[in-house]
Design a protein around this ligand. Structure first.
Ligand code: FE2
Length: 262
C-alpha cells in the first residue's frame, strides 16, 4: 500500500480509499476473470460446491432473498476441496494469493492503527495472518430492483472492496448520504467492520454500505479480514476480555435470533 490508511476518513465514516500495489491490481484482474468463468459453470456443477450443512461457510451459494447478491462464492484457506470446481484448482491458488498479499499489504497499517488503542506492536498483524479471512466473489444479474444488497455493516475487522465490473456499491458519507463509490483499477476501499469498531472502543464506526440497482450484470470482489478467534478485541462492562471469536459468535447469535422471530 503506497500510503497509510486515512485516519480522519476512518474515524468519521468508517471507510477510506487507498491505492493497492501493481501486483495486487494484477491479481484482482485475474480474479475477476476467474469469477466470470466459474459463475458461468452449469448450475448442477456449482451445486456440487455448495454446503448448506455448514450454513454456506464455503463454496457456492445462491441466496433466496431478492435483496442479496444473485450468487456468491466464498473462498478461504480452510475450505474443503469439494467447495471448488476440480477444473479450476490453479485458479484457486491465484485467489488465495490475492487474499494473502492483501493481508500483507493492509495488515501492518491496521496493526499500527490498533496501537493507538493500546495494542502491542505486531499483535494484530500476526493475528490477521493466523485468522480465517475470506474472499467473496459476487455475482449480480442485471436487474431494475432499486436495492440489490440492503444496507448493512460487516462483522469482521475490516472489509476490502477491491473490484466491481459495473458501479453499484454505495457507502454512507460523513454527511449521512449514500455515495456511489468508484473502484477504479488499483483503487480499493477499506471499510471498518464491527470488530474494528469494538477494537477502537467506538472511535471508528462500522462502515454502512449497500448495493443498488445494477442494470448490467455485475461481478465484484470483497475481502473480509478476520483476526484469529483468540485475539483480544475489547473489554466488557464487567472488565472481562472479549475475544474476536466470542464477539463474532455473539453477533451471529443475534442475527439467528432475529431471523427466528420473523
Ligand atoms: Fe458487506
Amino acid at each position: 500500500m503506497s500510503q497509510p490508511l486515512q485516519r480522519n476518513d476512518l474515524e468519521e465514516t468508517g471507510w477510506t480509499y487507498f491505492h493497492c500495489s501493481d501486483n495486487l491490481a494484477h491479481l484482482v484482474d485475474k480474479a475477476i476473470e476467474i469469477a466470470k468463468a466459474i459463475f458461468a459453470l452449469p448450475e448442477e456443477q456449482k451445486l456440487q460446491c455448495s454446503s448448506p450443512e455448514t450454513n454456506y461457510q464455503s463454496g457456492w451459494r445462491k441466496p433466496e432473498q431478492i435483496d442479496r447478491p444473485t450468487e456468491v462464492w466464498h473462498i478461504s484457506h480452510t475450505d474443503p476441496p469439494e467447495s471448488w470446481p476440480v477444473d479450476f484448482v490453479p485458479e484457486r491458488t491465484t485467489i488465495l494469493e490475492l487474499l494473502d498479499q492483501s493481508i500483507k499489504s493492509v495488515g501492518p497499517h491496521l496493526d499500527e492503527y490498533a496501537q493507538n488503542f493500546g495494542g502491542v506492536a505486531g499483535e494484530l498483524y500476526e493475528s490477521l495472518q493466523r485468522g480465517i479471512s475470506v474472499i467473496r466473489l459476487l455475482y449480480y444479474s442485471a436487474s431494475d430492483n432499486t436495492i440489490r444488497f440492503s444496507a448493512h455493516t460487516d462483522f469482521g475487522l475490516a472489509s476490502l472492496f477491491v473490484a466491481e465490473t459495473s458501479p453499484g456499491l454505495e457507502l454512507k458519507t460523513r454527511q449521512g448520504e449514500w455515495r456511489l463509490v468508484n473502484l477504479e483499477r488499483g483503487k480499493w476501499i477499506l471499510a471498518a467492520g464491527e470488530m474494528l469498531a469494538a477494537r477502537s472502543a467506538g472511535v471508528i464506526p462500522p462502515a454502512l454500505h449497500r448495493v443498488i440497482s445494477t442494470p448490467e450484470e455485475r461481478f465484484a470482489i470483497a475481502i473480509f479480514l478476520h483476526p484469529d478467534r483468540n485475539y483480544s478485541l475489547a473489554k466488557t462492562s464487567e472488565g472481562k476480555i472479549l475475544t474476536a471469536g466470542e464477539f463474532f459468535d455473539r453477533l451471529m447469535g443475534q442475527i439467528m435470533a432475529s431471523k427466528n422471530k420473523e
